[in-house]
Design a protein around this ligand. Sequence first.
Ligand code: IYR
Length: 220
Amino acid sequence: MNGFIPLEYNPMEESQMLAIAKQCLVEMETRRTTRHFSSKPVPKELLELAIQCASTAPSGAHLQPWTFAVISNQELKQRIREAAEAEERRTYEERMPEAWAELLRPLGTDHVKEHITTAPWTVVLFKQNKRLRDNGEWGPTYYATESVGIAAGMFIVALHRMGLCTLTHTPSPMGFLRELLQRPEHESALLLMPVGYPAEDAMVPDLKRKNLNEISAWYE
Ligand code: IYR
């Protein structure tokens, strides 16, 4: 078949698959979102590798419609933080209905986004809404939100596996990020993620995760 190559697939014994699956669960159970970051530097190469892992995600029509904007410049992080806090202050103080606020209280979130300036890196994940066609015209991207969501998940897993922390922050509205980072008009920010080591005294809410019965329905 033209344009196709054989799939590289390494078969494993079921016992080995089970062992890896259990190890994977153990490892992922330890992933937590914390608001408390250390300012200890993180090598750029780790971010580069995490982004490349994320970019192995499946995407609509294989357009890989994402841009990872990666910021370590302290002044730029400060400007992003100030703009995010201004929006978030309005969200928390004016826009957030009680049905929403009651869920966030136990998580301890508020408009203060110190992690943006404390963590050595802040990554803003942009969704590309258009793509340049071979004929020079602009065409749409497809399932871009889903695609970028999957890539974000894979980014988070890659960071966790290499011993780093991140926090998925969604300042809303997010238009200021395109402006501050001078991204083109066809890109819109979906997520802002500080990346770094946790602070030594980092705290997390005492959450329980749903069990398998609560998150799955089986039809055998
Ligand atoms: N976007 C705000 C509010 C917020 C919303 C949800 I849903 C959260 O789980 C956490 C926070 C913020 O990032 O603080």
